[in-house]
Design a protein around this ligand. Structure first.
Ligand code: PLP
Length: 396
């Protein structure tokens, strides 16, 4: 049997390769950070990780992870409700809820699972989910697993959202769901307008804080802090894999009954292994650190401001940003790939994106700026951008 299937896979893989869409992986042989070491021993500056607060290799988190492993072992070998819950899991859930000013939280193996398991337990075919067109793949998959009626509005388009809300009055309950920060442009969802419309049209509000947590808002507590919406957002989902240490893990946090119901009925929670003690121990330490000081958030924000200003002064076309993501517009797809490849040769890792990941004619380089970057890293990256920009005719 495999013969025919093998031929089919080989043809498909070749087609992916020929379309220039094949994803190749680079192996890093050092911890994740601003400076990384590659297999051939060469060094590079990393501007394409989600390591926004620079915590991926933080000594305090490593020590906390080790201590939790020494105290509570390596793994749980169980799901939470059978015999996979430790005091550390509850402590971390309480820390998440405190950080976001919500009632309670529930942990998942990843935010992908949090989003995959949030709609189906709460909504039925009588209800409506109204989703931003640029929402993350995990939200799209979560919506697919639920029988609710689906509505979609163009990215951050409040007129279209209002039209969806009017139509969705036909359903019993409505929920608006959006990413907090959209990962291609770095723009923040207009949460103030979304909450106003939700109240006008009697809808719940859910936001995925994966790219906004730790970054957006005066102290990095996400979109509710940014727009002063505490108490008006019903559900937040998020990841421990970006700003919050970068290891693994996800969560849903929000109103008590919602979290209670997820604990009863959310399939990725019920039927998937508990987070290991080391992740919980490090997570608890992480929220302590963020409670103690905003220095990492402030440095990250200052780094973005500095980088964007210098890039604009050099003549690059950068989108406005309210996050750690900076889109340097090139518009041309092959140029975006060539540009990213030349930057890598200069020892700077950035990502070139083009259709279908971004709209046609909107190809770009995405730069992700971290609190781990020092001024010299930023200056080196900017110098490489200018060098490659001149070479490829982007800058005059
Ligand atoms: C990264 C990301 C996720 C997935 O998070 P994991 O914890 O890695 O599964 C979900 N939603 C959004 C918006 C993301 O950016």
């Amino acid at each position: 049997m495999y013969g025919k299937f093998q031929q089919y896979l080989q043809d498909e893989l070749k087609a992916i390769e020929e379309a220039g869409l094949y994803k190749h992986e680079r192996n890093i042989c050092s911890p994740q950070g601003a400076e990384i070491i590659l297999e051939d021993g060469s060094k590079a500056l990393n501007f394409c990780a989600n390591n926004y607060l620079g915590l991926s290799n933080n000594p305090r988190l490593i020590a906390a992870a080790k201590k939790a492993m020494d105290d509570r072992g390596y793994g749980m070998s169980s799901v939470r409700f059978i015999c996979g819950a430790q005091d550390l899991h509850r402590e971390l859930e309480k820390a998440v809820a405190k950080y976001f000013h919500t009632d309670d939280a529930i942990l998942y193996a990843a935010c992908f699972d949090a989003n995959g398991g949030v709609f189906e337990p709460l909504l039925t075919a009588e209800d409506a989910i109204i989703s931003d067109a640029l929402n993350h793949a995990s939200i799209i998959d979560g919506v697919r697993l639920c029988k609710a009626v689906r509505y979609r509005y163009a990215n951050a388009n409040m007129e279209e959202l209002e039209n969806c809300l009017k139509e969705a009055q036909a359903q019993r309950f409505r929920i608006i769901v959006t990413d907090g920060v959209f990962s291609m442009d770095g723009n923040v969802a207009p949460m103030d307008r979304i909450c106003e419309l939700a109240e006008k049209y009697d809808a719940l509000v859910m936001v995925d804080e994966s790219h906004s947590a730790g970054v957006v808002g005066p102290t990095g507590r996400g979109v509710a802090e940014q727009f002063n919406l505490y108490g008006r957002i019903d559900i937040h989902t998020g990841t421990l894999g970006k700003s919050f240490g970068g290891a693994v893990g996800g969560f849903t946090t929000g109103r008590q009954e919602i979290i209670d119901m997820l604990r009863q009925r959310s399939r990725p929670y019920l039927f998937s292994n508990s987070l290991p003690p080391m992740i919980c121990g490090a997570g608890i330490e992480l929220f302590k650190m963020l409670e103690e000081s905003n220095d990492l958030h402030d440095k990250q924000q200052e780094n973005v401001r500095y980088f964007r200003e210098k890039m604009l002064a050099a003549g690059f076309d950068c989108k406005p940003t309210q996050s750690a993501i900076l889109a340097v517009m090139l518009y041309d797809a092959p140029l975006s790939q060539k540009f990213a490849a030349r930057m890598a040769e200069e020892g700077i890792f950035v990502t070139g994106f083009y259709y279908p990941v971004v709209p046609k004619g909107q190809a770009r380089i995405r730069v992700q700026i971290s609190a781990a970057h020092e001024k010299e890293h930023l200056d080196k990256a900017i110098a490489a951008f200018i060098k490659v920009g001149r070479e490829l005719g982007v800058l005059k």
